[in-house]
Write a protein that binds this ligand. Structure first.
Ligand code: DOR
Length: 445
């Protein structure tokens, strides 16, 4: 099967150019194909922009165990609609993904259910270093240095030292300091209102844990990715990256701050908590200066009913995967960043951080994971239109300019203009960790 996408403005590794892209089966065959090329399908993309599919390296899709919130099928549909062609999923399911057997089960479920490509982290515990040493078919190891949804906390120094010393896979971590969280909780009597969430999970909690993790990574010379940076305070901690450390920001930490609790209450209750307008600005600066390399969502769906319980009974987390690209296209429209930067943060950088084979770029030989976007399209996010099983968005009612309108996964159209090809199945992403990650591939074409 050959598809020719004609006349799109294509975001290529060396810049954006109007050209034709030829797909053969699962692969991009040619960029700048000749007009006379024979194809089974010709897509006229005049006036539209073609970019690599988004790789979201931090989602929670809740299967197995919490499928009333989301499952691998509904989460992957939300991805397809949002222009996300590959997701990497976190291990805090039930059972948690903390063994090779649990990982194999998730991969088998995903092969049956996912309309986009997938990969799954393995979770660290204080006692599973042997599993972590033997596992493959994974982007890396996730450590919760600070509790969040689930019970995958690893807080003891000795256990952390062993994980960094005795494993070779890249590590990423949720960095919020447990002792600080508990002390703040005691001071605030557990918390009474949603805004207390940011007083409990405060700037110090984030900075102390990030410092601790970065220190481990440096001492053990271990590749390390700081998930969901939420404060200005963390940036200097990892800016001396020593070609080992990368970091990421989430749309909710860029776009929401404590002023939003009044309007949105527990809907913006997240771990790490949202912080201040000063932190929003610092995270944007971190992205623009290259201190933060990746944007990912931390898509963490809970039902509205669960979220509407009074704080602190309300769970932390919000769904975002189907709107993250549109939110960033809107940021391009507002002049906060360029389209090429969005592609670097959401497509190319995550592929390089996690050594994902043949993804993240529009180039001959790469997988045909592509998104066609209309940069001028104005649209309003509505809860009723959300395909995540949780059925809501914290951006309900927000009007954006810029929208993904068609998504290809491994050469097949999975989403176009509101319609899904639900029979399409994504593939397991492959990780070639010998590549050495983001910094090892800096400057490589
Ligand atoms: O708010 C959060 N919710 N942060 C996390 O790190 C986990 C997530 C969840 O799984 O609900």
């Amino acid at each position: 099967m050959r598809t020719l996408i004609r006349n799109a403005d294509c975001v290529l590794p060396d810049g954006t150019r109007r050209t034709d892209v030829l797909i053969q089966d699962q692969t991009i065959l040619d960029v700048a194909a000749s007009r006379a090329t024979a194809a089974d399908e010709i897509v006229n993309a005049s006036g539209l922009t073609l970019m690599p599919g988004v790789i979201d390296d931090q989602v929670h899709f809740r299967e197995p165990g919490y499928t009333h919130k989301e499952d691998l099928h509904t989460g992957s549909l939300a991805c397809a609609k949002g222009g996300v062609t590959t997701f990497l999923e976190m291990p805090n399911t039930n059972p948690p993904t903390i063994s090779r057997a649990a990982l194999a089960e998730k991969l088998a479920l995903a092969a049956n259910k996912c309309v986009v490509n997938y990969g799954f982290y393995i979770g660290a515990t204080s006692g599973n270093v042997d599993e972590l040493r033997r596992v493959d078919r994974t982007p890396g190891i996730k450590i919760f240095i600070g509790s969040s949804t689930g019970d995958l906390l690893v807080d003891e120094q000795e256990a952390l030292e062993r994980i960094f010393a005795e494993t070779t896979l890249p590590i990423c971590a949720h960095c919020e300091d447990e002792a600080t969280i508990r002390a703040n909780m005691a001071l605030l009597d557990g918390g009474r209102e949603p805004a207390d969430h940011s007083r409990i999970r405060d700037h110090r909690a984030a900075a102390i844990a990030t410092e601790r993790a970065v220190n481990l990574a440096r001492r053990h010379q271990h590749r390390f990715h700081v998930l969901h940076v939420s404060t200005a305070d963390e940036l200097p901690i990892f800016s001396d990256h020593q070609r080992l450390i990368t970091a990421e920001a989430c749309p909710h930490h860029l776009l929401f701050n404590i002023e939003d609790y009044g309007r949105l209450g527990t809907l913006v209750q997240m771990n790490p908590s949202i912080k201040t307008a000063v932190d929003n600005a610092a995270l944007w600066r971190g992205l623009l200066s290259g201190q933060i390399q990746v944007i990912a969502t931390d898509h963490a769906p809970h039902t509205l009913e669960e979220k509407q319980q009074p704080y602190p009974r309300s769970p932390s987390g919000l769904p975002a995967v189907e709107n993250s690209l549109a939110l960033m296209l809107n940021a391009v429209h507002e002049g906060r960043c360029s389209l090429e930067q969005v592609v670097r943060w959401m497509c190319d950088a995550p592929a390089r951080v996690w050594d994902i084979v043949d993804k993240g770029r529009i180039a001959a030989g790469y997988h045909a994971d592509l998104v066609l976007v209309d940069l001028r399209k104005r649209h309003t996010i509505r809860n009723k239109d959300q395909v995540t099983r949780s059925g809501w968005s914290p951006w309900d009612g927000v009007t954006l300019t810029g929208k993904p309108i068609r998504t290809w996964v491994m050469g097949r159209t999975v989403y176009v203009n509101g319609k899904f090809a639900t029979e399409v199945r994504g593939q397991e992403a492959r990780f070639d960790h010998a590549r050495g990650g983001y910094w090892a591939t800096e400057g490589a074409s």
